[in-house]
Design a protein around this ligand. Sequence first.
Ligand SMILES: [Ca+2]
Ligand SMILES: [Ca+2]
Length: 170
Amino acid sequence: MGRERRTAGFSLVETVISGAVLALLAGAVLSATTAAADRRQDAAVRARANQLAHDLLGEMRRLAYGDPTSTGGEPLGPEAGESDRSAFDDVDDFDGYKEEPIADASGVELSGFEGFARRVSVIWITPEDRTSPAAGDVGLKRVTVWVTHAGKPMAEVSAEFTHAWEGAWR
Ligand SMILES: [Ca+2]
Ligand SMILES: [Ca+2]
């Protein structure tokens, strides 16, 4: 009799524990599924951000290395009268460029890129030091495009532009 009671008591505890374990497992499976979905979504956003960075670099690659009016020694950035992207005619006009919402080369907003933003930095570099800003132009520029989504960094792509138009994509 006493033994039966103990067995029944144990079964009850066991049932309660099993239920708790099942609930824990269900919770774990759910959070794993949610995390996997988050990772997939994150990967998709990063892929689009990367594409947006490369698109802008591709657009810049069609521009001249230096401004057509350049006589040498001008600072980086847009020249007088080049107040927006459609007027940019050389690579470093994009130095300090910021864009949100995402727009095409003529400034028309692109749909489907809500939450994305791009910004650009252009520095002079030297063949000896390709990452630190150089004091002057020796015919080599490094362009970096950052893309964020909802304020979070999603892509950073750099490319080198040379006077001879031989760029090395990174
Ligand atoms: Ca220019
Ligand atoms: Ca310029």
